[in-house]
Ligand binder design. Structure first.
Ligand code: NAD
Length: 375
């Protein structure tokens, strides 16, 4: 078991390890003793872990009520949060009560926003159940919702009291969701730490849980440091958007038929090739291929570019430029401001490069073949 202290205001601990579900009552006790816990969870995760989490909390004499919800990008929105806020009100929750979310990044986004808004803010504890949420979404307090106009437009930064990542939950996570999480892990390998890049490259592609514990811990540390330096996201925290300019455009253009981590991986590749960093692009591609993530996409370029320009609100600056993160080398990424025309050219060049790329075996990875493999 490992613990990282995220030194934001307030600071909090991130626990990462095995069998932590049985410890959740003990870990919650100092925060929730004498109060109620509203467990906001994914309706698919609830039957897997809801009972065990509830029993471990009730063991410490704390009342728990479960609020399972159906989540997808199209419903990661204000309407879902409003429904939850109304339910909490109808069930007489009060300012001292605690929201515990159990699920992936969508659940931590929805529950984080609900906690920030209910009675002007109540305590929230994240229990991430996906690789992506353990390494990224559950750390740093960002809670983001979508609008029909684009992804992640409604957001806040609201730090949790505690994060508890039980890696045993990954045993039930479908293989494609593990791969999606690897996409986000690769972002950290490219962003900060060339040691992590080499470790992933030389590692057997099928990682066991013990390996994952170390990898999650490394990524969580990198994210924690970035967040400590810039909790509100006006400066260097922007670096965690590596792969997101093109990635989110791909998600939006394809109507979210690609997983977030897959999109981030493709987004890094597009940005590396599009900005002329071919060697770095080749290195990113080698990692994506190794973990069987898509390295090309069969989708009209113009739709992806249009989504980046018109739906990429998070990257847009007041003077009409866009902020992008350029992977110049592994472990060296820089933020740049570009005009709409420059962004268009970068994306065009990057998308053309990945469409004409081949992997080592000569087989093209594509969104289409990836979807077939999944179904
Ligand atoms: N706010 C942030 O800082 C931040 C950072 C990164 C990503 N995100 C957001 O996170 C979302 C992606 O998160 P995600 O990849 O965790 O997806 P997710 O929350 O949609 O979960 C993926 C799928 O896995 C299932 N699942 C979850 N845990 C499981 C388990 N242990 N066993 C079996 N099935 C399980 C879920 O039911 C779901 O179908 C995106 O919406 C993205 O925008 C937010």
């Amino acid at each position: 078991m490992k613990c990282i202290e995220v030194k934001t205001d307030p600071s909090y601990n991130v626990w990462i390890g095995s069998a932590l579900t049985s410890q959740i009552g003990k870990l919650l006790y100092p925060i929730a003793s004498g109060h109620r816990v509203a467990m906001i969870t994914d309706m698919y995760v609830d039957p897997l872990y809801g009972e065990e989490v509830t029993a471990a909390i009730e063991d410490y004499g704390i009342e728990v009520q479960s609020f399972p919800i159906m989540v997808e990008e199209k419903t990661k929105n204000l309407s879902t949060v409003e429904t939850l806020l109304r339910k909490l009100t109808q069930e007489n929750y009060s300012k001292d009560d605690v929201i515990l979310d159990v699920g992936g990044g969508m659940i931590s986004d929805i529950a984080g926003m609900t906690a920030a808004l209910f009675l002007s803010g109540i305590k929230v504890v994240h229990m991430p159940s996906t690789l992506l949420a353990m390494t990224d979404a559950a750390i740093g307090g960002k809670a983001e919702l979508n609008l029909p106009e684009g992804k992640g437009i409604v957001g806040t930064v609201y730090q949790p009291e505690l994060v508890v990542a039980d890696i045993d939950m990954l045993a039930t996570l479908p293989e494609h969701e593990i791969r999606s999480g690897m996409g986000e892990i690769m972002k950290y390998a490219v962003l900060e730490d060339s040691g992590l890049y080499n470790k992933l490259l030389n590692h057997p592609a099928r990682t066991d849980l013990n390996d994952l514990e170390n990898i999650i811990w490394q990524c969580a540390q990198i994210k924690a440091h970035i967040v400590e330096d810039d909790p509100a996201g006006f400066g260097n925290r922007g670096l965690v958007r590596l792969g997101h300019t093109a990635g989110q455009a791909i998600e939006a253009a394809t109507d979210y038929s690609i997983l977030h981590g897959e999109a981030v991986g493709l987004g890094m590749l597009v940005m590396a090739y599009g900005t002329g960093n071919r060697k770095t692009g080749d290195k990113i591609k080698a990692l994506l291929e190794k973990y069987d993530l898509p390295t090309t996409i069969e989708w009209p370029d113009r739709e992806i570019i249009s989504a980046a320009l018109f739906k990429g609100v998070e990257d847009r600056n007041y003077e009409g430029t866009y902020s992008i993160v350029v992977p110049e080398a592994i472990g060296h990424c820089v933020r740049k401001k570009v005009s709409a025309r420059e962004l268009t050219l970068i994306l065009k060049k990057g998308l053309v490069a990945i469409k004409h790329g081949k992997n080592q075996s000569g087989k093209r990875h594509s969104l289409r073949s990836f979807r077939r493999a999944r179904s």
